[in-house]
Design a protein around this ligand. Sequence first.
Ligand SMILES: [Zn+2]
Length: 290
Amino acid sequence: MTWQSMPRDPRAARAEAMMLARSALRWVWTRRGTDVTTSMARSSCLVVAPHPDDETLGCAVAVIRKRAVGTPVTIVIVSDGSKAEPVTLPPDELVEVREAETRRACAVLGVTETDVLFLGFPDSELGGSLDAIASRLAEIIRARRPAQILVPASCEGHPDHDATHDAATQAAAAAEFTGQLLEYTVWFWTHWPWTRGYGTRDRSANRLLFEPVRRLREGRPLLVDARGLRERQRRALAEHATQVGTGDPGDVPVTGPLLATLRSRHEVYVEAGALHHLDFPRPWRDTPPG
Ligand SMILES: [Zn+2]
């Protein structure tokens, strides 16, 4: 970015500063990580994505590496993607368009059409269909017998992502899955600094300073080397045209922090349950206080 293109709007400048701080914290955290690039490429896997595009945002690098050496990959998209913003198409048409976009994006990642499955649960309402989703996923796990399942992190803080995490872990248990369950990250990176709360509304010293330090000491990320593969990930993401559009910020839902991670050297995973202490409330499970 040149100085001429620096955002003049104070809110945009703050957002830019926040993104730089997050990238720096992410870099520091990954210094403590374990490189799993080789084992990742060899493990057949099932990617469980809440929405069309999460497979590309969260797991593209791992999927490309697996397919490059002929490792089987199945991608299952849980929701129908009908509530995506901006809504410019009638829901039925949007569902069809997004399915086609997903097939094309997965093809760029090296995954053939028959290995991309759509469960078609209503977008934005996944928490209400947990058992039904888990039962469909359990069938797929039994049929495909992957060595590994990649699910959204437990603390994504997006209701559909958290519900997908819960349904997928429930399905793994129901299918008596004994392989490796790993969590990938999409919305996780948008919470300062990966905290149990949205944004930075609470500007206490604890939240702004101490929590980041605590976070960096907790857990060790699992890293998949992304060097040389981000361009292909971007090409796959571009196939989700309804979501990335022209890339004009404010015009499309997939921007800013979600895209910032696409510039980093590693794709990040965590062991199942490693970040449970950061989980957001589960309306479908937790009883409200009082
Ligand atoms: Zn999503």
